[in-house]
Design a protein around this ligand. Sequence first.
Ligand code: NAP
Length: 319
Amino acid sequence: MTAPRLVAQNASPDAAAGSPDGARLLHGAPIAAEIRSRVGERVTAFEQRHGFPPTLAIVMIGAEAPSAVYLRQIVRSCDSTGVTGRVVEIGERVTTSVIERRIKELNEDPLVSGIIVQMPLPEGIPLRAVIEVIDPGKDIDGLHPQNAGLLTLGYEGFLPATAQAAVEIVKRSGYELEGLDATVVGRSNIVGKPASLLLQREHCTVTTCHRRTRDLAAHVGRADLLVVAAGSPGLITGSMLKPGALVVDVGINVVGDELLGDVDFESARHVARAITPVPGGVGPLTNAILLEHLVAAASAQHGEASSAASVQARAGNQS
Ligand code: NAP
């Protein structure tokens, strides 16, 4: 029995820019810049046709520090593509029904093409109650049960941008995923679960790990492709990896004044074939993909053929 090879789509993806010793570094920024440039062109064309640019409503409830940092990044991404970023601040001490009312107003606003809600939500505000109010056609981060269901069934819908970024960064770096043994560490609705489903679409054989996984190291050690979204700094070390693995580190952990991933970069880079750095890997790609979804949503809302299909569903298991 032969193990599936890590087949390159291009002649040699590893020959591209990498680390002088050890794994190739998969940077998100160049891919994100390419996506943003295409988004910018589509925003200009949309504005010419309709007289206004697509608007992204960023709903911010409370003032959690990680949200504030993320907010600055997404607003900057909007500015760079011509998208209008509208921050909708809702105070910390607010009831679920007030939040629902504000989101319904955004659903009905014809200028607003997409809505995202910053997390974490303040204690006592159930995520489900908030997410389910968003119009699925404006739910560009794919969290509404309708979009999550479409993903599960392999149909076209909005995908969670971070999970999509985790898969896209590997594909766009030239690696073929079909047939790989993939392990995903984490099963959140936002990252781990959709990443596992997307990798299934790519014809990987997927194992999903979580806190109650009995032997995490064994599952990690078999992975040709490892995606880690655990929120636990340095959880995965080089000695756990299969030599030559592709490693996607989604984790963003603030430790002192450092941003660290879930993978111990220094040990992993000597064992992996390619690895995403933190910061600078998946993170920059996430916002660009989100804006790609926004433009697709805006076009669909105006009855135009959307290129969402090319962005969202390259499903092998659609029927
Ligand atoms: P989350 O909701 O806390 O989920 C973490 C998942 O990891 C859970 O399924 C948990 O298992 C699992 N896990 C935690 N510790 C583990 C351990 N020791 N062994 C095995 N599994 C473990 O977090 P999230 O929202 O998915 O985010 C994950 C990470 O990604 C965070 O660092 C976050 O900051 C980062 N993130 C990055 C981006 C980006 O754009 N790059 C976007 C979003 C999130 P259980 O289910 O059993 O609890």
